[in-house]
Design a protein around this ligand. Structure first.
Ligand SMILES: [Zn+2]
Length: 85
């Protein structure tokens, strides 16, 4: 099993975060994601709603914080200015 590391930057727009979590098997961005509660080794569990592919993506602490702050809002593909978040 290979280790996957998220590629978004902490300040990226939600659409770029979503794309980085998109399913590598079918390329769908319709992914259920859930931060795993591991302070030492932050990661996010991603499950594709289309093909069911499930994987763990490892995060930097900054990325984990970004996803934690993002959680109340749905990630979507619409680019938005950061000031509107
Ligand atoms: Zn998929």
């Amino acid at each position: 099993m290979s280790v996957e590391i998220a590629s978004f930057r902490d300040e990226d727009e939600p659409c770029l975060v979503l794309v980085s979590l998109a399913c590598p098997a079918c390329l769908s961005s319709d992914v259920d994601w859930r931060l795993l509660d591991t302070a030492d080794d932050p990661s996010v569990r991603c499950e594709c709603r289309w093909c069911g592919n499930t994987r763990i993506v490892y995060l930097t602490h900054g990325q984990a914080l970004r996803l934690a702050l993002q959680a109340p809002w749905p990630l979507d593909l619409t680019p938005r200015a950061p000031a509107l978040l």
